[in-house]
Design a protein around this ligand. Structure first.
Ligand SMILES: *Cc1c(COP(=O)(O)O)cnc(C)c1O
Length: 407
């Protein structure tokens, strides 16, 4: 038995992040309750029959769970969408998106600079079911326009791009999608709603890997789609109910609590990222820095407009080297001489993470494609965390300082 929602309607982001969808049990706990149960009991046969028929009350956790529901309501409030539907990971959200909206013969236009597994799922796996796709440059609106076909149902974009932080113009892409009766999907995992709220710029569906900024502390996998109630009820809920990629109550609870500190984490990590980016820009062994918060970023103004004047926590930079081989050796020296940074491929965590994209996340690209798309051997990506920024800088400097000696 739960009492009514305790939240007062308010438009303030931080308040919503802490107070939305606190469903208290009869014990009146202050923190959100964790309903760790696979099923729900009815008082008699008729009640259970009615619950199944009306699908309005809790019956089975693959369909709905109160803790998962709280997470969905809170995320929807922050993204400014009518609703949200949670699932087990960011990739499961893309699966739910495509199963829910597409059939054989449909077509997707997709930015070329999206998460690697998303490219595989959309470009290869869905092709098996007769869904075709065209991959285009994130920043060339002409390429998007030319790729649209009469059967195009979705435009799929991620902005800023990973790892080069290119910015897609959400308003322009939404307008283009709507002109052709297609929907615009924005994967907002990189920013979170604390930095960017794509619905305000016309996006129809906002996709999340809750694994990243929403949890922010590297504990669980989670995913979600934020959109209209109509899409949730007609297109996505049926897929989730039969597909079974539901979010566990425990993981929902972890992310729900993570969201309470989202705004201050996003602000603090972005401030630190800007300091690191400005320091890197002046470094003699660094060839180039990619960060939307830098004035030198070619789309700085668009980024600041879309991202609430915040750069985000991901900074990428190219370490100098006479040849590709030397650049790779230098980049690896930076990675290997860190003592604080985690050597991993995740992002959005409170712990700073360093990645060498050319041999990890983008390792499968051909050498030619790597060169063409800027994934050069000297490139490193930092997901800046909450350690003291002086320590993060010293950690990177340790390896950079060795470069001249090696040359
Ligand atoms: C990590 C990530 C995903 C996939 O999310 P999982 O939770 O790992 O399944 C999708 N999109 C982006 C932008 C990501 O960073």
């Amino acid at each position: 038995m739960t009492t009514a929602t305790q939240t007062k309607q308010t438009k303030q982001f931080a308040t919503q992040a802490v107070r939305t969808a606190v469903e208290r049990s009869q014990y009146g706990e202050n923190s959100e309750a964790l309903y760790l149960t696979s099923g729900f009991v009815s008082s008699n046969a008729q009640t259970l029959a009615r619950r199944f028929a009306e699908q309005e009350e809790y019956t089975y956790a693959r369909y709905e769970n109160p803790t998962v529901k709280s997470f969905e309501k809170r995320l929807a409030a922050l993204e400014g969408t009518e609703g949200a539907i949670a699932c087990s990971s960011g990739m499961a959200a893309i699966l739910m998106l495509c199963f829910g909206l597409l059939k054989a013969g449909d077509h997707i236009v997709c930015s070329r600079s999206i998460f690697g597994s998303s490219i595989k799922l959309i470009g290869t796996d869905f092709a098996k079911f007769g869904v075709s796709s065209t991959f285009v440059s994130l920043t060339s609106l002409d390429e998007w326009k030319n790729a649209i076909q009469p059967n195009t149902k979705l435009l799929f974009v991620e902005t800023p791009s990973n790892p080069l932080t290119e910015i897609g113009d959400i308003s322009a892409l939404a307008e283009l999608a709507h002109k052709h009766q297609a929907l615009l999907v924005v994967d907002n995992s990189f920013c979170s709603p604390a930095i960017q709220r794509p619905a305000e710029f016309g996006a129809d569906i906002i996709l999340h890997s809750g694994t990243k900024f929403l949890d922010g502390q590297g504990r669980v996998l989670a995913g979600a789609l934020c959109c209209s109630q109509e899409l949730i009820q007609k297109n996505f809920e049926p897929v989730l109910r039969s597909g079974g990629m539901c979010l566990s109550a425990f993981d929902a609870w972890v992310v729900l609590k993570g969201i309470e500190t989202l705004k201050i984490r996003a602000q603090a990590q972005s401030e630190q990222a800007l300091i690191v980016a400005q320091w890197l820009e002046k470094h003699p062994h660094v060839e180039k820095v990619y960060y939307p918060g830098l004035k030198s970023h070619p789309q700085h103004e668009l980024a600041m407009k879309q991202q609430n004047s915040i750069g985000g926590n991901v900074v990428s930079f190219v370490v100098k080297g006479e040849s590709a081989e030397q650049a790779r050796a230098n980049a690896w020296a930076v990675v290997d001489n860190t003592q604080i940074c985690s050597i991993a491929s995740n992002l959005g965590d409170t712990k700073t993470i360093i990645t060498h994209p050319a041999t990890t996340s983008h390792g499968r690209l051909s050498d030619e494609l790597k060169q063409k798309t800027g994934i050069v051997q000297g490139l490193l990506r930092l997901s800046v965390g909450l350690e003291d920024v002086e320590d993060i800088i010293a950690d990177i400097e340790r390896g950079l300082a060795l470069i001249n000696k090696a040359a």
